[in-house]
Design a protein around this ligand. Structure first.
Ligand SMILES: [Zn+2]
Length: 154
């Protein structure tokens, strides 16, 4: 980006009354998380799915908890551990500082399920996770208990 465009962007952000951050898989990549774009990256991270020829879009489906619970728990359990272990990169902190300076505050809309905006200091009620959060579980039976925290790892 040319300097002029960068400077103009900085001015717009600094003078904004409120900020809306939108984020997807790319936001996590700089923290070291895989983005699962394309089957090769996903299959390298999850060889069990490579053997079955299942792509990420097909794997990230609650139907697996009925069809093959061990596969489903292995997949989600591994991701939960990975996201818990990963430290959000410095960009999250920069956004959090911008958010504090915006007179009317800031809001995050993200497709990420890693909870890293909250970890970086964004209040829970300022983050909309449109694909849910890996830090919460839900019963596969529709027993209407809602969601509950995944708990802590030992
Ligand atoms: Zn239940």
């Amino acid at each position: 980006m040319p300097d002029v465009a960068l400077r103009r962007s900085a001015e717009v952000i600094a003078s904004a009354g409120a900020l809306l951050f939108t984020a997807g898989a790319g936001m996590g990549v700089d923290s070291g998380l895989p983005d699962f774009r394309g089957p090769e990256g996903f299959w390298r991270a999850y060889p069990a799915f490579a053997k079955l020829g299942i792509r990420f879009e097909e794997a990230a489906n609650p139907a697996w908890f009925r069809r093959d619970p061990a596969l489903a728990w292995g997949f989600y359990g591994h991701r939960l551990e990975l996201y818990r272990r990963t430290v959000p990169h410095g960009g999250f902190g920069i956004l959090a500082r911008w958010a504090e300076r915006a007179p009317s505050g800031a809001f995050v809309f993200t497709s990420n399920v890693d909870g890293h905006f909250q970890l970086a200091g964004f209040p829970e009620d300022s983050v909309m996770e449109c694909h849910g959060s890996i830090h919460f579980l839900q019963c596969v039976e529709e027993c209407h208990q809602g969601i509950f925290p995944a708990g802590r790892s030992e």
